[in-house]
Write a protein that binds this ligand. Sequence first.
Ligand SMILES: CC1=C(CCC(=O)O)c2cc3nc(cc4[nH]c(cc5[nH]c(cc1n2)c(C)c5CCC(=O)O)c(CCC(=O)O)c4C)C(CCC(=O)O)=C3C
Ligand SMILES: [Fe+2]
Length: 382
Amino acid sequence: MPHETSLSPAAPYDALLLASFGGPDGPDDVLPFLRNVTAGKGIPDERLAEVAEHYHHFGGASPINQQNLALQAALTAELERRGVDLPVVWGNRNWTPYTKDALAAAHADGARRVLALVTSAYASYSGCRQYREDFWTALEELGAELGLAAGEQPLVLDKVRPYFNHPGFVAANVDAVTEAFGKVPEDARLVFVTHSIPDTMEEASGLVAAPYSAQHLDVAATVAAAVGERLGRTVEWDLAYCSRSGPPSQPWLEPDVNDLLTDLAGRGVRSVVLSPIGFVSDHMEVVYDLDTEALETAEALSMTAVRADSVGTREPFVRGLVDLILERAATARAVDAGQTPPEPATVGALPARYDVCRPGCCRRQAGVDSGRPAACSVDPLS
Ligand SMILES: CC1=C(CCC(=O)O)c2cc3nc(cc4[nH]c(cc5[nH]c(cc1n2)c(C)c5CCC(=O)O)c(CCC(=O)O)c4C)C(CCC(=O)O)=C3C
Ligand SMILES: [Fe+2]
């Protein structure tokens, strides 16, 4: 007789933590939210005031919370459709509902081994280790609340690998970009956009595997080739960055999307599709930095510009995430049993990123220890 849990394709996991960034729900939340995001980060006050205005421009609420609720519902429905019993809890790094409260709810429901899925597809400090440091803190806080002894954790937390090169994420982007090409002149050029990060964070993201920028270049090349096949022509493309912050003296990844559009216009390009491959939903960075700023820049340059959808709750993306969750569960079962794990599904030139983060993975800055342990790693202190 097999052990009962071996019947579930999600075993050994009892729950899924959908972990995200968080965003304000109303005008009064904007400043406290921004203080949470930027605590100890050296972001100038002028930049904070500017970003607060972006939120107030949209009534003081970020669309990200509704989008995470929609993703939580879509994942729940897809898991149910496949007969997989895995409750999905949602928790954020910077705003309510917080990660600790989501883990507390799962724990109260009996979950003792939980799988985390973060709403960042790419690996860097922001999308990988910062989440893992916060997971560690949340587990410690929950342990203290439950009266556990110091060093004793309330549950085991694992994480799904960064999924930038998973077939589902790529396929959903191919669909979205192909649809956008239906709305622009035939010779339009493709501009992929992602969040800029400091050069120091970029360098640190590349110490154990391909850096943040290379992950995007790989996805971009794969998506552009697939879209070209659908359109029956070669699609010329670039990668640009948005949402730079930090002091002006600190170098961040470039070109900025507005500068790239200006440069393309100068080279005679008349129309573009903007594809936000760095983001999984149309949250504030997309609706402000792309739909407001970049589209205004394009208009001032007399360019036709259309923004492709982010993957959101598109079917290939949601199905791919569930494939990834089940792949991770199969890997955990194999590792626990001393067997060979399944081959991770990927597309593009890069291999799958690690399931369990290697020592030194995705530090904020190379060689600088944050002093914070990080969950979901070979060694929390490494
Ligand atoms: C790589 C990356 C992603 C993509 C991956 C992912 O999706 O996680 C991302 C996503 C997001 N970033 C977001 C918001 C903000 N990010 C900020 C600041 C920063 N982001 C950074 C990086 C990233 N950020 C960095 C290096 C900083 C500087 C501070 C630091 O060194 O850590 C600030 C402070 C003000 C400012 O400086 O802009 C805000 C308000 C929201 C929520 C949007 C909403 O509310 O809808 C989301 C999804
Ligand atoms: Fe950000």
